[in-house]
Design a binder for this molecule. Structure first.
Ligand code: ADP
Length: 498
């Protein structure tokens, strides 16, 4: 197989993940090209890269999702490869294809793998062929309400309507009884169409309070597939992860072996290459079901890196160059425990409503066993245009308790003033007796922090509020001074600065 050395990479992303990827480029002596939207002109990732280019206006559609513009910059700058990070174009098969057609390397799987695994119903079909259990339900989109009713009757309520092209915790609807089906299906289809331009919806049995456990894999172009253990991601709000850890407290040796082997066989069967994650849910009897595959680097990949000591981005680049994996399964030693908290600009006391504003002061904890991957600094403006994830705080310890206490202390030291954030909430979670014991499932936040859900706000209202806050942001933009050096030393916390 032909190998090609990559000397320059364009990172088609922003925020913490752009910086994370540029860091590896620097270590490997690879030049890094950043792209940015108008509102990201002063963002840290633009200064951290060797070169940076404006690719358009703030809305992602006009910048970070503008495939043609990104490829144009890559060609102009004589870039060898494009790393898509996560989100944006990372799971867009057409983009991967376009990158290759322009003679560039896409750092990720081949376009056909993205297409295959990105379609949840096709991926379910493949899992059946590989002999891996899937959540009971359909592998084809439902055609009518009558068909949906019949399937739900067979599965037993509650069931989950899911968008075939969905992602990011969106496009799911729980149906608890037959009379909710007609309306539910209609709404699910129209939501799926507007969010994913694909109105196909299928049905799964709704597993009550499962545990979400996923397996990281790496596959080269020579058929070598290895796993790097599991990550438990059951601490979620609105089906989206907040805290992840590795290893999972739920698995013992033999289930872990079955799970990781299931992941490897599915990857081998699909001919997938590069880094990927297979997501599973476990029911309360420790029976696992394949959920879906994410054909990219995951947000939570650092907890794996902390335990295995390999840089996943460096391996992704190596594989994309056409090189063999630099290690075998036997070379991987899992050492200690790692936990990650996602620091979000959002208000946990108001149903995780996204918050915006200027970061008046940021002081990040450090020290042995602590890593913080972030995309902001003092003076950064958090807008409503993009995902509210601003940083990831990760700890490592020889034992879970050591990692947990280290993370707890680091969260207490974390200073982030000026925008409402979830740091105190993360601190409460990891010190909750159930978390301390490692006994939790995806219902954890709902069960133990139920006050948060008192004013459950529907997703569409949140979306309109985001649009509203963009309008406010734009009208205030002239008043906001972008100051990367930081000009405020306000000591107050959890208040919004305008
Ligand atoms: P997405 O691609 O949007 O992230 P996933 O299929 O990965 O969607 O599911 C996200 C989360 O939704 C899971 O981690 C789990 O908490 C919940 N979930 C998904 N499918 C089911 C199911 N059949 N039963 C119960 N919970 C589910």
């Amino acid at each position: 197989m032909e190998t090609k050395s990559i000397k320059k990479i364009l990172i088609a992303n922003r925020g913490e993940i752009a910086i994370r990827i540029i860091k590896t480029c620097k270590e490997l002596g690879i030049a890094a090209v950043a792209v940015y939207s108008d509102v990201d002109h002063y963002s840290p990732h633009t200064r951290y890269a060797d070169e940076s280019y404006n690719i358009g206006a703030a809305p992602a559609k006009l910048s970070y999702l503008n495939a043609e513009k990104i490829i144009e910059i890559a060609l102009q700058t004589k870039t060898d490869a494009i790393h898509p990070g996560y989100g944006f174009l990372s799971e867009n098969a057409d983009f991967a294809q376009l990158v290759e057609e322009n003679g560039l390397i896409f750092i990720g799987p081949k376009a056909q793998s993205i297409k295959l695994m990105g379609d949840k119903t096709a991926a379910r079909d493949l899992a059946i062929k590989a002999g891996i259990p899937i959540v009971p339900g359909t592998t084809k989109p439902v055609k009518s309400v009558a068909e949906a009713q019949q399937i739900a009757d067979e599965l037993g309520f509650p069931v989950l309507l899911k968008a075939a092209g969905g992602g990011g915790g969106k496009g799911m609807r729980i149906i608890s009884s037959p009379n909710e089906m007609e309306n539910g299906l209609q709404t699910a289809k129209s939501e799926a169409l507007s969010a994913f331009k694909d109105n196909r919806v299928y049905i799964e049995k709704y597993i009550t309070n499962p545990r979400h456990i996923e397996v990281q894999i790496l596959a080269d172009q020579y058929g070598n597939v290895i796993h790097l253990g599991e990550r438990e991601c059951s601490i979620q709000r609105r089906h989206q992860k907040i805290i992840e850890e590795s290893p999972s407290t739920y698995l013992d040796g033999s289930i872990r072996e079955q799970l990781t082997q299931a992941a490897i066989s599915l990857v081998k069967m699909s001919g997938y290459t590069n880094a990927g994650t297979l997501e599973f849910i476990f029911d309360q009897n420790k029976k696992f079901y394949f959920l879906e595959m994410n054909t990219r680097l995951q947000v939570e990949h650092p907890v794996t890196e902390m335990r295995v000591g390999f840089d996943l981005v460096a391996e992704q680049i190596r594989i994309a160059e056409g090189k063999k994996l630099s290690f075998t399964q036997e070379d991987i030693n899992f050492i200690g425990n790692s936990i990650e908290c996602r620091i979000y600009a959002e208000d946990p006391s108001n149903n995780f409503f996204p918050s915006t504003g200027k970061i008046a002061e940021l002081k990040v904890p450090s020290g042995f066993g602590i890593r913080d991957d972030r995309g902001v600094e003092t003076g950064s403006i958090v807008t409503a245009y993009y995902d509210p994830l601003i940083s990831k705080l990760i700890s490592w310890g020889r034992t879970r308790e050591e990692a947990r206490k280290r993370l707890s202390a680091a969260l207490s030291d974390y200073i982030l003033y000026g925008i409402i954030n979830n740091i105190d909430f993360c601190h409460s979670i990891i010190n909750h007796p159930q978390f301390v014991k490692g006994e939790y499932d995806t219902g954890f936040i709902h069960k133990y922090f139920e006050d948060i859900y008192k004013n459950d706000i529907p997703e569409n209202i949140i979306q309109s509020a985001i649009i509203g806050s963009i309008a406010t942001y734009l009208s205030q933009q002239k008043k906001i001074r972008i100051n990367t050096a930081g000009d405020s030393h306000s000591r107050w916390k959890n208040k919004q600065v305008d």
